[in-house]
Ligand binder design. Structure first.
Ligand code: ADP
Ligand code: MG
Length: 252
C-alpha cells in the first residue's frame, strides 16, 4: 500500500468529536475535535486553566464528558455500557504527581495491576515488570521503595508501571513539571525512546524543545478549544493565531 492510500484508510486510534465538559456552570471544554493516529505523538500546549488536563482525563474516563464523543481504538468511551476497567487498561496515564504506592516496592507497584486487573500470573507479571523497568533504565531499583528515589526516577517508574499494562496509547499530563530540573532530562529521554519505538502518545507539556523535536503534531489549546494545530515547526515556529503567539512569547 502506498503511503497516501494508508493515510486515506487509517482509522484514528483516538477520535474526539465535539467534546464538551462543564463543571456546574463552568464550561471548561467548549468544542474539542482531535484525531490521533496510531504511532503518532501529539503534544498539547496552552496556558494554565485552558482545559488540557480535563481533556486528557475525559479520554480515559476519569471525567465524564457533558457532550460529544470519544472513541479510543474502537471503544466508545462515553458508552454507559462500556467496561470502564477493561477500557482503561488499554490507556496508560502518567500524571505530574507520580501517584506510586509509597508503601509498596517498585516491583509491587509494577505488578499489582497486572495480577489483579489483567489476571497475569506472578511469574509473568514479574517478567513484564523487569522488561519495562529496564526500558526506563532503573533495573537496579526493583526492590526499592518509591520514597528512596528521586522525583525523576519515580516518574520513570510510573511510566514503566503504565507500560506494564501493555497500553495502546499513553497519555502524559505534564510529566516533568513537578521535577527538579536535573532529573527532567532522563524522563524526557525515556519518552523520546517510547516515541521512537512507535507508541501512540498524547503529551501535555511545557517542554517546548521536546515538543519541537518529538511531536508529530502540536495542539495549542486556549479557553477550552483547539486554537491551532499542526507540525511543531508551524505551531511553535510560525504560529498563525494571535493567542498562540501571545502564549509562546510568554513561555519561550
Ligand atoms: P489545564 O490542565 O489546562 O491547566 P484544567 O483542565 O486542569 O486546565 O482546568 C480547566 C478548568 O477546569 C479550570 O478552570 C479548573 O478550575 C476547572 N476544573 C478542572 N477540574 C475540575 C473539577 N474536578 N471540578 C471543578 N472544576 C474543575
Ligand atoms: Mg493541567
Amino acid at each position: 500500500m502506498t503511503t497516501t492510500a494508508q493515510a486515506a484508510t487509517q482509522t484514528p486510534i483516538i477520535a474526539i468529536r465535539n467534546l464538551q465538559k462543564s463543571f456546574g456552570t463552568n464550561q471548561v471544554l467548549t468544542d474539542i475535535n482531535l484525531d490521533v493516529d496510531k504511532g503518532e505523538v501529539v503534544c498539547v500546549i496552552g496556558p494554565s486553566g485552558s482545559g488540557k488536563s480535563t481533556m486528557l482525563r475525559c479520554i480515559n474516563t476519569l471525567e465524564t464528558p457533558t457532550g460529544g464523543s470519544i472513541v479510543v481504538d474502537g471503544m466508545d468511551m462515553t458508552d454507559l455500557d462500556l467496561d470502564i476497567d477493561a477500557a482503561r487498561t488499554r490507556i496508560g496515564m502518567v500524571f505530574q504527581s507520580f501517584n506510586l504506592f509509597g508503601h509498596l516496592t517498585v516491583r509491587e507497584n509494577l505488578t499489582i495491576a497486572q495480577t489483579k486487573v489483567l489476571r497475569r500470573s506472578k511469574a509473568e507479571a514479574n517478567k513484564v515488570a523487569e522488561a519495562n523497568l529496564a526500558k526506563v533504565g532503573l533495573s537496579e531499583k526493583m526492590e526499592a521503595k518509591p520514597g528512596s528515589l528521586s522525583g525523576g526516577q519515580q516518574q520513570r517508574v510510573a511510566i514503566a508501571r503504565a507500560l506494564s499494562m501493555d497500553p495502546d496509547v499513553m497519555l502524559f499530563d505534564e510529566p516533568t513539571s513537578a521535577l527538579d530540573p536535573e532529573t527532567v532530562g532522563d524522563v524526557l529521554q525515556v519518552m523520546r525512546n517510547l516515541a521512537e519505538a512507535g507508541m501512540t502518545m498524547v503529551v501535555v507539556t511545557h517542554e517546548m524543545e521536546f515538543a519541537r523535536q518529538v511531536a508529530d503534531r502540536v495542539v495549542f489549546m486556549d479557553g477550552g478549544v483547539v486554537v491551532e494545530s499542526g507540525p511543531a515547526k508551524d505551531v511553535i515556529g510560525n504560529p498563525q493565531e494571535q493567542r498562540t503567539k501571545d502564549f509562546l512569547s510568554r513561555v519561550l
